[in-house]
Design a protein around this ligand. Sequence first.
Ligand code: SF4
Length: 419
Amino acid sequence: MLIYIHVPFCRQRCHYCAFQSQALGRDVEPVSSQAMRDYVDTLLMELALWGDRLGGRRVESVFFGGGTPSLLPPKIVGIILERLHKIFAIDDNAEISLEANPESFKGTLLPSQYLACGINRLSLGLQSLDPDMLRILGRVHKAQDSLNSLLAAREAGFVNIGVDLMWGLPGQSVRHWLQSLKDVVRLAPEHISAYGLTLEPGTVLERQCSEGLLQMPPERDLNIMFVEGAAYLEGQGYLQYEISNYSRMGYQCRHNLGYWQGVDYLGLGPSATSTINNKRWTNPAHQKAWAEKIAQGSVAGNEELLSPLIRVLEMIMLSLRTVRGLSLKRYKEMTGHDFLIDHKRMVQALHDNGLIRIRQGLLRLTPSGMVVSNAIISNLFAQTKKVLTEPLPTLESLQTVQLTEDDAPEVRSVVWPKA
Ligand code: SF4
């Protein structure tokens, strides 16, 4: 099982952000915030409630995400981890990640304290090293803070550091994006996440773009940024293992891999989602509503039972986002159908256009296919729903099928159907 802990506090709201988080303000000491204290109390109560239900269950990864989890002092993170160790069977080599923002990851002492309390993977939200882009994004930190935080983490002894970057920003050119990647590669992080900017409704950035104050790069440039960025990173030894994620060999984020492989996850904190034993639920988004629910001794609730069809669609979507791709064998195990027959015409069209490749029983998107992954996946969804009308294997039998990395794919040659 994976555990995700949502920390819903930030210094200020970024201009592109639609996540659930509260702005504490630039100068407020996090520990002196009543909302933060209440949050920690409720989180520990929520943990205790889960201890009664899932205590003793094996945990392979813990991820503090947000928001800005590095606003939680190391002492508090240590207390939460201690409780987790008491309640669950956390693997000795579990990945324990903390998302950190450069403005709240300063000095040499703080990184050592996080390391000492059990954090072994850091994910730094740099987003950009360019002062103008940081201003457009409404980030509270400066480019120099990014460099300082990364150096401080290294000096403290972190050996697994990821950085988050954004591309496709208003006013950004292809050359500019590739230069940003070069600057970041010089810092030698183990992992790079590169997310294309999405304009979320209701955000400052969306309003500025719709009013014409800022302009998104043209579609053609966005495609080049993605494809050339991926090629550059691969050339520098960062292997792309998912549409937006690259890492040095052996430094893939195990937590995210778990999500993509369909491992159960428990989400704690406001707005956190959980999926356990084919049931999914989401905590109330607002801290007060979440706290009221926990105070009543209630967890989960409003669970959605994931039908076999939903599990199949999720498997298609999640696996096509990875570079490993969709296992045709896995599709057959889940549905009793042959994927290539079910999606004959589409597969041929995608293949003819160089958008997919099939090798060793795995169907994966090519770099050009990744650019239009949303369209491909939604078309595959429509066709899958159409063909999977008969009853699928039961939930119980699905649970026994586990996708593993060495899921010995059979070598098969594909006979492409005629149009
Ligand atoms: S730091 Fe992250 S969660 Fe917080 S406002 Fe910015 S983008 Fe949103």
